[in-house]
Design a protein around this ligand. Structure first.
Ligand SMILES: [Zn+2]
Length: 478
């Protein structure tokens, strides 16, 4: 069998058949973009491969799927955290974000994507305005798999800043139409790119009219795509929904009454929903994405991933944005959501390690509609693969009898930096811990230089906003 890459003599997790699919002393063969062999080492003649990777003391598994990520504000990492929820956006990140330019967004995104690849992510569900730029400038040059979502927001810019939370946002239909057009264009622009999938991105029910949402739904169904939307994000959204639709109304109720719940809907966050609404969303086939570190850090709330999963829903995890949760490391997210959920339901048996490994791979792929292509290691699937060095100190000791300690160790102890090879669509992006084409050093250097300038330019605005962080600085705590 002719192959481009063969990895031999390794532990393998295939993640197939609803389990982990543990293979001892296994090999994996890649030809072009696809997996052509997974199984026992003796079944593969690795000599016919152009590149042979010795997988001894390594674990091979599918690349991780980050279902919800905004990399555009990456240069503001460390810029807003430990703040009251009400201050985070306007007093924390806002004054800094005002000084971020288009070039900073690209540079920040490069930084975010490279750290995520380094920690095992191979699929990125990026959600931003002008997502086309990031796909062309970052994701495709970095050879990553990207699910591109264009933000559609109809709130009129003119009066938003001066509004009290109970004042209703005004909608500007032409703004919505323009963004929708841009979103539609993505499908045409990237139709021949195997690494790119497109989704529709109405920002949230408080930021888009029902009429526009219904139009988006028709488009999504017609194009066999899905809607990727923030749902029930807390008090601010609820005040808008009650103001527009009446007391006691909620995002989930309105989405239901307008026939906007279905398998075409991918709902992000959902923390301001109750159990009845969650069950309803699952019954209607809607998918859910939770961002454990981000939502806990910004809102002090544990995302209801367990709830959706308990009702049998398809759930995935994401990292959201770096200012707040810190970074885009899905190993950390697997651990975080497991620990938070154990504490929330006061039961250490919930969200065990094996389930977290499925959540970050095949389950995420399913949520994004990519499970036929990625998420498991099977012949015919795309070769999105990571290898983990089992001799790293964080994974030691590795024992494989009477059970495999690497299963809990990679979820509860690994940092993500134990990954030494990342293959995306059959191409080695990270080889022996080094990027094959990405100039990591130069990106980090540029990011530091530029961030210093942004913070210097924003200093006056930031102090004027007078967030809790400003006081912390005065007190010598930050
Ligand atoms: Zn988001």
């Amino acid at each position: 069998m002719k192959m481009d890459i063969a990895i031999k003599n390794s532990w393998i997790l295939t993640l197939t058949e609803g389990k982990l699919g543990i293979i001892k002393n296994g090999s994996l063969g890649i030809e072009g973009e696809n997996i052509v062999y997974v199984g026992p080492s003796e079944g593969l003649n690795h000599k016919s491969a152009d590149v042979v990777i010795d997988g001894r003391n390594h674990l091979i598994m599918p690349g991780l799927v980050n279902c919800h990520i905004h990399t555009s504000m990456q240069l503001l990492r460390g810029g807003a955290q430990d703040l009251p929820e009400i201050e985070w956006m306007n007093k924390g990140i806002g004054p800094l974000a005002k000084h971020v330019t288009g070039d900073d967004i690209i540079l920040g995104s490069k930084l975010g994507v490279l750290e995520a690849i380094r920690t095992g992510t191979t699929t990125f569900s990026e959600y931003t305005r002008n997502v086309e730029n990031l796909v062309k400038e970052v994701y495709l040059p970095f050879n990553t798999r990207v699910v591109a979502t264009e933000t559609i927001n109809e709130v009129s810019q003119t009066n938003k800043a001066s509004l009290k939370p109970t004042d209703l946002y005004e909608f500007d239909t032409s703004k919505g139409e323009q963004a929708l057009k841009k979103n539609e264009e993505l499908f045409r622009i990237f139709q021949n790119e195997d690494l790119v999938t497109c989704l529709y991105g109405p920002q949230a029910l408080d930021m888009v009219s029902v009429q526009t949402l219904l139009q988006i739904k028709d488009n999504a169904i017609e194009q066999n795509s899905k809607i990727h939307i923030h749902v029930a994000q807390g008090r601010r959204e609820r005040l808008q929904i009650e103001g527009r639709f009446g007391k006691g109304e909620s995002t989930a109720k309105i989405l239901n009454s307008e026939n906007l719940l279905g398998d075409f809907l991918i709902a992000v966050h959902c923390h301001d929903t109750d159990e009845t609404e969650r069950k309803l969303m699952v019954d209607k086939g809607s998918k859910m994405i939770g961002c454990p570190s981000s939502i806990t850090m910004i809102d002090g709330i544990i995302p209801p991933i367990y709830s959706f999963s308990k009702f049998g829903g398809d759930v995935g995890i994401g990292t959201d944005q770096a200012p707040g949760p810190g970074n885009h490391n899905l190993f950390r997210e697997m651990r975080t959501i497991s620990i938070l959920t154990k504490s929330m339901v006061k039961d250490p048996t919930v969200f065990p390690a094996w389930e977290m490994l499925r959540l970050a791979t095949i389950q995420g792929a399913k949520v994004l509609g990519l499970d036929k292509k990625i998420g498991t290691l099977e012949v015919g699937k795309k070769a999105d693969i990571i290898t983990i060095d089992l001799l790293d100190s964080f994974l030691t000791p590795i024992v494989s009898h009477p059970f495999h300690t690497f299963i809990p160790n990679i979820v509860y102890s690994a940092t993500g930096k134990e990954i030494n090879n990342v293959i995306i669509n059959g191409k080695l992006v990270l080889k022996n811990g080094k990027f094959t084409e990405i100039d990591e050093e130069s990106i980090i250097k540029k990011a530091n230089l530029r961030a210093k300038e942004i913070y210097a330019n924003a200093a006056e605005d930031w102090e004027k906003a007078d967030s809790k962080m400003v006081q912390d600085v005065r007190d010598g705590l930050l």
